[in-house]
Design a protein. Sequence first.
Lengths: 151, 213
Amino acid sequence: VNLSGAGRLAVAARVLVGGILLASGLLKAMVPAEEFALALENYQLLPVTVLLPLARVLPWVEIFVGAFLWAGFSLRASALAAVFLHAVFFAVTLSAVARGLDVPDCGCFGSRGPHMRPAQVMILDAVLVGLSWVIFRDPHRLLSLDRRMKV
Amino acid sequence: MKPPAPRPSRRRRLLTGLVIMGLTSAAVLVVKRSVLSVSLQVPLYRQKGAEAATVVITEYSDFQCPACAKVQPVLKDLAKKYEKDVLVVFRHRPWNNHKWARLAAKAAEAAGAQGRFWEYHDALFEKQAEWSGPNDPTSLFVGYAEHLRLDKQRFQSDLQGARFDDLIHRDMEAAEALSVNVTPTFFINKRRIAGGSQLSAYGAHYIELEKKP
């Protein structure tokens, strides 16, 4: 496989975006969903009765999108899902900052993972949106199941 | 001219997606699944409510945690509403970044040994702002004990000694084994609740579910 130029960048982007999604999903899935829901309460956007089901589902969405990106399966759809996820995370954090809310822990990596401040979260999400877009636009799909399956 | 490669069937792609999801789910569940033996025994003085209760609310709490103080009225309302069905059990989960949390836990134990755990528990939460500052709160703790007419000398001796260290440590080990990473955390029988909002939203509902035979 000739890994060069844009193809190489897209593979690196897949490793990074997929890895971060897998890590954040896994760390959250490992701890009780109630604790993730508690972290989400800090954003004051949704009622508790919605947050708890969301906290149960979201880590698994991240895990599956991350695994698909690593495997190179349904790359365009997976990359689009990653763009959507990180854009939503960015918007939610921005809205908390705009409302002057104190969010000591973003909840991004679960209650046992690293705790990030809003500014760090927004920078990371902006970078990940950009890299996910690179994956979405990549025509080469090197080292991917899509390429093997000739999609 | 070379004919175009056949596209994989929709069924094959669906199957591939399901295999990836299945493998990742299995990996997560295998890592997550851990059975640890936890001692769930606590001294009688840290239990209050109906003796023949079918529902046990276990609270993992830190006396220096503001959210733990804030949730007390919600917990009391629930305990009162379901006084015939509920037993409330307190377990210590003091955090290292709360400088006086362990000392406060010991003070509560010392009061418990004299039969006034819950009154002291209430005093610690009500006066949290007073003793949570940078200065050593020992004299304040002794003052609260005097106010409750406890034996001052015995209280001081218990507070300075190591009598309750194991008891508190056992609670912390149980919290660790149960993956209690935030306070307050409640278990209504085995149903978990983290924080006051969840207790308000789900507390009564879970008690009703647990009451059913």
